[in-house]
Ligand binder design. Structure first.
Ligand SMILES: Cc1cc2nc3c(=O)[nH]c(=O)nc-3n(C[C@H](O)[C@H](O)[C@H](O)COP(=O)(O)OP(=O)(O)OC[C@H]3O[C@@H](n4cnc5c(N)ncnc54)[C@H](O)[C@@H]3O)c2cc1C
Length: 423
């Protein structure tokens, strides 16, 4: 057996800063003893050998320094972050592990695709945050090789047209840092931002926390370059082209099924000069839905709008650590009759004037919205703590028309309650 490898979310040394009260509440709901750690969050992959035939084939296509047979590399390139994967790792089950990892440059890819043996399956790897098991080797061929896109690093900004031409290997923080230094932003901030790549975002048609303003990937991409086993296809990168279809129409949301997206042309935007934070409490989630719907119908769509139901709101309240100020804040909520069984709405916008009052909403200032913004990438670290105690947290994403919102919500809650008896 090899050394144990960290198998939870993010950085090994980082942990969640949520209040102990929150954990206590969740453990009680699941009837779990918080002191009972059933998984340390590590996995021991088996010893893995190097297949000499595979090595020879790969060396025909690229130099040795771009090929890895290291167990750690192979393990991390074989897993994503789906709940089903965490469960397998937690249970110490055997998982499929790729036979090698390759790190080609963009220029090497066409030669690789033309010359690689038919007995090798290639799984494309961006940041490894997939929740669809998209990184799991299927082992339908003799060998599985993970192709890591981190060397696709072209970067050129067309400032006049506000278009970025970028290699797909950039991760969120580095990309935004480079754009911010030019006073620009892509505006794509998924919760997985710190560990996901442009390539992964496009291949999953990802949506970020500010997609009200900037759109999801489909709206941001104006062209891609995709290298496939049958050739290289590159868009004429212009927006709103009316003729025929574009390569990006195939690439966005493709999960790598049609080819490797090596480069993208993306709309970028000036950084908002300011952000204004607003928070409201509604007496019910349904009141909140109606208020938001009316705002959107009037054409008011803030950059960020997050409405939590009564359960999530209660959890957010518990996450706040006790202090003199937070106790005063809670007393104020109590006075306004919105401390318990209420629904929290957070709005963030770049216009000062927007969203001062809602008919059925109680304005509770900027603090909750600011707190959410500050901690917006922290939640998966809380999930790490839960996983160690055998509780698997999962996000269910959906899309619907306003007219179906209430029914959909009620049906989902009812179904989950019956399944897991958690409410
Ligand atoms: C805690 C957490 C929070 C998340 N939050 C969000 C969120 O807010 N919004 C959201 O939309 N998603 C979210 N996700 C899902 C995930 O982060 C996204 O799908 C993300 O876009 C994946 O990017 P990645 O770079 O990690 O890609 P990977 O996970 O490495 O790959 C994802 C898929 O795309 C394929 N792929 C990757 N790069 C390329 C390429 N260059 N060419 C062709 N195919 C490629 C892979 O083969 C795989 O099928 C979250 C996941 C987690 C675990």
């Amino acid at each position: 057996m090899n050394n144990k490898l960290f198998a939870l979310w993010g950085e090994e040394s980082r942990s969640s800063d949520s209040s102990p009260k929150l954990y206590e509440y969740i453990y009680n709901q699941f009837n779990v003893n918080g002191n009972n750690i059933i998984w340390d969050g590590y996995y021991s992959p088996p010893s893995l050998s190097i297949d000499e035939n595979l090595k020879k084939q790969l060396l025909n296509c690229m130099t040795e320094d771009r090929i890895s047979f290291d167990v750690k590399d192979r393990f991390y390139h074989s897993i994503g972050k789906a709940a089903s994967e965490y469960i397998r790792l937690m249970n110490g089950e055997k998982i499929e592990i790729v036979d090698a990892v390759i790190y080609p440059t963009e220029e090497q890819v066409p030669y690789l695709f033309n010359n690689i043996g038919k007995d090798i399956e290639i799984v494309i790897f961006g940041g490894g945050t997939s929740v669809t098991e998209g990184l799991t080797p299927k082992k339908k061929r003799k060998y599985s090789v993970s192709l890591d896109i981190k060397n696709f690093r072209d970067f050129e900004i067309n400032k006049e047209s506000l278009v970025l031409e970028a290699g797909t290997g950039f991760m969120g923080p580095e990309l935004e840092k480079k754009l911010n230094s030019e006073n620009l932003t892509l505006g794509h901030f998924p919760e997985s931002f710190e560990h996901s790549t442009i390539g992964g975002w496009i291949a999953t048609n990802a949506a970020g926390q500010e997609s009200n303003r900037y759109g999801k990937m489909k709206e941001m991409v104006i062209g891609v370059k995709m290298i496939t086993p049958t050739g290289t296809y590159t868009d004429h990168p212009v927006p709103a082209e009316s003729a025929f279809f574009k390569v990006s129409d195939l690439a966005v949301g493709s999960e790598g099924a049609y080819g490797l997206i090596t480069k993208a042309w993306l709309k970028v935007n000036p950084i908002p000069s300011n952000r204004y934070f607003h928070s409201y409490m509604f007496h019910s989630f349904m009141d909140g839905i109606e208020a938001l719907r009316d705002e959107f119908r009037q054409g008011n769509s803030p950059m960020v709008s997050r409405l939590s139901d009564e359960t999530e709101t209660a959890l957010s309240m518990l996450a706040i650590k006790d202090s003199f100020l937070t106790n005063i804040f809670k007393r104020y909520l109590n006075m306004r009759n919105v401390l318990d069984k209420s629904a929290l709405l957070i709005l963030i916008d770049d216009k000062k004037s927007s969203y001062k009052s809602f008919k059925k909403g109680v304005s509770i200032g900027s603090a909750p919205a600011k707190f959410w913004y500050k901690t917006r990438y922290d939640r998966p670290y809380m999930y790490n703590e839960l996983l160690k105690r055998g509780i698997v947290a999962e996000t269910i994403e959906t899309s619907m028309l306003w007219g179906s919102a209430k029914t959909l919500y009620n049906n989902v809650i009812q179904h989950i309650s019956v399944l897991y008896r958690t409410r």
